[in-house]
Design a protein around this ligand. Structure first.
Ligand SMILES: Cc1cc2nc3c(=O)[nH]c(=O)nc-3n(C[C@H](O)[C@H](O)[C@H](O)COP(=O)(O)OP(=O)(O)OC[C@H]3O[C@@H](n4cnc5c(N)ncnc54)[C@H](O)[C@@H]3O)c2cc1C
Length: 476
């Protein structure tokens, strides 16, 4: 054994502010580190990873390999058909690399934790140490707790406590640099694959330039041009008012601490005051963090169970035709259809629309949120269990800090408010391209028939009553 460090890259596909990479390089200063990425199609399929997300991650691994090569760090690429085979593949790579320790950034989902525990057992039996770091969050789960030592389940007090820590520990929490260039090792890099069987997509992947350099470029451009106007523009799907950084944060091409630090710097050093646009954007990064902590503390949300156990008895409808119409963007509600078609075409959906369409799914169609959550996961390039589950359970009324059951968005008034001229609808529902701004949110029946656009699949007022009854029955 050459006493090297093996850095297993997973959700941290970057060289800057990567605690696993930085700390492993520190610990193996003289002997060096070797990187590893495990291609694990069975695991990705089992977790409903969208083909676009997998291809985006693979492209990010190729960029990572090139960035590591500049630091003389070889990257091994190994294959494991299923999650169960991953620990052995990592152990074999560690042996091949002459490593005495394995470093990685933690993933908090239940299956991933079990996989890592198995690796730890195997590695320790083989005389290797395993060191887990926190690279997907700014403050690790367990470090933001109530005075009674319990996890927060409501966002606002979580945010307050989070900001207090963030403010008090600035020097310790500053983003880490890339490790220094090491001396060349006699280990040859292995080429990351371009594609994987079972993961192909029609989405134009050119929309999403992959990798750390692209992520930092996008972050810089957003901080220079979009950050200060974020509060005013973030809810308008027809304009590019948000950062579109979620795919990069999800695969870890961008560290959340780098994003936070750069926004804070642009805001004159303040994390919660200063310009409203910047403060609101940083608050969204804290929402991301909140849902990661919730998932780490309440593993039931990884197991298809509602955060609020009493809501498990809610009677959802069984309506495959409605499910299909929603998935394909044929509900007859223009804003919902535009949103669903944006998702299918680009792998991404604007946040306001995620809320509108998820609320429509769970409240107007009274379909089980787990079906919607799964469809999103299978389509989203930024699919992330904690944020996706958090968003779906919020919309369904079953989650932490959820919208109360009687808060039901009216999709038509939401459309009038957030897409007033129908510009977004016209982009994604070409049948309605020539409809006036007045009619576009709910075209009259004859016009729909003439344009080949379907009638609404439900009557919103009646659907609302039915949902309220179902919830009242549950409460009773
Ligand atoms: C039903 C539903 C499902 C969702 N599924 C996902 C998902 O799978 N992956 C995902 O990253 N986000 C998800 N979100 C959260 C949010 O919609 C996206 O993060 C956001 O639209 C990404 O666009 P952006 O990068 O331009 O965000 P910006 O507005 O620029 O926000 C900056 C970053 O903050 C984080 N963020 C913003 N809003 C939220 C939020 N509500 N919850 C958690 N983090 C947030 C994201 O990392 C985002 O990139 C979901 C929301 C809902 C309502």
């Amino acid at each position: 054994m050459a006493d090297r460090g093996l850095v297993w890259f997973r959700n941290d596909l970057r060289v800057h502010d990567n605690p696993a990479l930085f700390r492993a390089a520190q610990a193996h200063l003289r002997t060096g580190v070797v990187g590893l990425f495990v291609v694990s199609p069975g695991e990705w399929q089992a977790h409903d990873a969208a083909p676009a997300k997998v291809l985006f991650a693979l492209a990010a691994v190729r960029e990572l390999s090139a960035a590591l090569a500049k630091l003389n760090i070889p990257l091994l690429v190994r294959h494991a058909a299923t999650a169960a085979e991953v620990p052995e593949a990592v152990l074999k790579a560690a042996r091949d690399a002459g490593a005495s320790s394995v470093h990685f950034c933690r993933e908090y989902e239940v299956n991933e934790q079990r996989r890592d525990e198995r690796l730890t057992t195997l590695a320790q039996a083989a005389g290797l140490s395993v060191v887990a770091h926190h690279g997907a969050v700014m403050l690790p789960p367990g470090e933001v707790m109530t005075q009674a030592g319990k996890p927060y389940t409501v966002f606002t007090p979580f945010k307050r406590a989070w900001l207090a820590q963030w403010g008090a520990r600035q020097a310790e929490l500053a983003p880490l640099p890339a490790p220094a260039r090491q001396k060349p090792l006699p280990v040859t890099s292995e080429p990351p694959p371009e594609r994987i069987k079972g993961f192909s997509t029609d989405i134009d992947m050119g929309l999403w330039p992959a990798g750390e350099a692209a992520a930092l470029k996008r972050l810089e451009a957003f901080c220079a041009k979009g950050l200060m106007d974020y509060k005013a523009r973030r809810d308008l799907p027809a304009v590019s008012g948000t950062s579109a950084l979620s795919p990069y944060l999800t695969v870890g091409s961008l560290s959340p601490r780098t994003a936070m630090a750069m926004a804070q710097h642009a805001n004159g050093g303040s994390a919660d005051g200063g310009q409203q646009g910047a403060a609101t954007w940083m608050s969204e990064l804290i929402w991301r963090e909140f849902y990661k902590h919730v998932l780490a503390h309440f593993p039931r949300v990884c197991m298809h169970r509602p955060f609020k156990p009493e809501t498990a008895r809610l009677k959802w409808e069984d309506n495959p035709a409605h499910l299909k119409a929603w998935q394909e963007g044929r509900t007859g509600f223009p804003i919902v259809d535009a949103a669903q078609r944006q998702l299918l075409a680009t792998g991404w959906m604007h946040n306001r629309l995620r809320m509108i369409t998820a609320m429509f799914f769970t409240k107007d169609l009274l379909l089980d949120w787990r079906l919607g959550e799964r469809h999103f996961m299978r389509c989203l390039i930024d699919g992330d269990l904690s944020a996706n589950n958090g968003g779906w359970q919020w919309s369904a009324g079953t989650g932490t800090d959820a919208a109360p059951y009687f808060r039901i968005f009216n999709p038509t008034t939401q459309s009038e408010k957030f897409d007033p001229d129908g510009e977004f609808i016209r982009t994604w529902v070409p049948e309605l391209a020539k409809v006036s701004s007045k009619d576009i949110h709910d075209p009259p029946p004859l016009l729909r028939a003439r344009l080949g656009y379907p009638p609404p699949i439900v009557d919103h007022a009646r659907a609302r009553d039915r949902t309220l009854k179902a919830w009242k029955a549950l409460k009773a």
